[in-house]
Design a binder for this molecule. Structure first.
Ligand code: FO1
Length: 317
């Protein structure tokens, strides 16, 4: 199916893995793409409201991201951070000089009482993003990782403790009260396909699903819903997903990911290295397609976007 046939596609995305596929989808769809982003990693640091997952997606969609680091801006400088260190403020969370412009703008607009949805649209416009970027909720929703050294806010776990502490459970503060915004609900209603990007199932996709009533909306959806596996060859491409599976008592695999979404998912894009899992995933009632899902460079991101749109198109018929 050529891309002109798509009028509106919605992608659910978390951090860097999600940002890469979102960028690949944007290459094909431009403003016909809406990305719904995770807010549960958000953190108040140095008096600034940081939205790391929204910023990862925004910077990749704007083409200003630092490819090697994965997060933050290309050509970044760290004078503010180094000066904080110099004067003994010992920051554990690195804030780049250019990145600060985003956090200062977000914090100022939020203090003026603007909802995160409006603030995010304003920032995305400022950075020149083509697709639409929406936080899943404007309400407070935070991932708390319960570890062997106690409960940790997500950035504390992920950055300060470098995701080393073994986890016992993951909870979401605000679950039950955090509502999916009206704008996101409208976007889902007009979507012709919904894509779950290859983000961490526990701390990127799950917090999205805990905004009410997202999971019910997906179950009720009549359009193809397709996920891309974040686990390849039993490992995560980046980050703690495989380690979390093991610490929660499950072997990391594409099948283990697929099993989490069978109540609403229609299709599953598997990495060709995991072809041996295809039959078991199909046995869950899912349509399986395969490709090289490692997104190296713009062409790699476009390839995976094409594969996921082709699978969605096949499910549309
Ligand atoms: N990740 C790190 O590993 N170390 C950092 O110091 C760090 C700072 C940071 C600042 C702004 C931002 O938007 C993201 C930042 N990240 C950092 C990445 C972030 O912790 C993760 O990308 C997401 O939260 C996980 O998806």
């Amino acid at each position: 199916m050529d891309d002109t046939a798509w009028h509106h596609v919605v992608a659910l995305a978390g951090g860097v893995g999600g940002a890469k596929l979102a960028e690949g989808l944007q290459q094909r769809l431009g403003p016909r793409l809406t990305v719904v982003g995770n807010v549960a990693d958000d953190e108040e640091i140095w008096g600034l409201h940081i939205s790391p997952d929204l910023d990862s997606v925004m910077y990749w969609l704007a083409g200003v991201n630092d490819e090697a680091r994965g997060w933050g801006l290309a050509d970044e400088t760290w004078h503010t951070f180094e000066t904080l260190e110099r004067i003994g403020s010992a920051p554990w969370f690195r804030l780049g000089d250019r990145d600060l412009a985003t956090h200062l703008t977000r914090t100022t607009l939020l203090h003026e009482g603007k909802p995160l949805t409006e603030v995010t649209a304003r920032l995305a416009r400022g950075w020149g993003v083509q697709a639409r970027l929406l936080p899943v909720t404007d309400d407070r929703l935070r991932t708390i990782v319960h570890t062997e050294i106690g409960p940790l806010a997500f950035q504390d776990y992920f950055v300060r403790h470098r995701w080393e502490p073994a986890i016992q459970a993951i909870r979401f503060e605000g679950e039950g009260s955090a509502q999916v915004t009206a704008v996101v609900q409208d976007a889902l209603r007009s979507a012709e396909a919904i894509i779950l990007c290859p983000s961490n199932p526990f701390v990127s996709i799950e917090p999205l699903l805990r905004a009410a009533p997202l999971r019910e909306l997906l179950r009720a959806s009549t359009v193809p819903i397709v996920a891309v596996s974040p686990i390849v060859g039993g490992e995560a491409i980046k980050g703690p997903a495989a380690k979390m599976f093991r610490e929660l008592g499950e072997e990391p695999s594409a099948l283990a990911v697929a099993r989490r979404y069978t109540d609403f998912l229609d299709g599953f894009l598997l990495d060709e290295r995991d072809a041996h899992e295809a039959a078991a995933i199909e046995a869950l009632g899912l349509h399986v397609a395969m490709t090289d899902t490692l997104m190296e460079g713009a062409a790699g991101r476009r390839r995976v976007a094409d594969a996921v749109l082709t699978l969605a198109a096949a499910l549309r018929l």
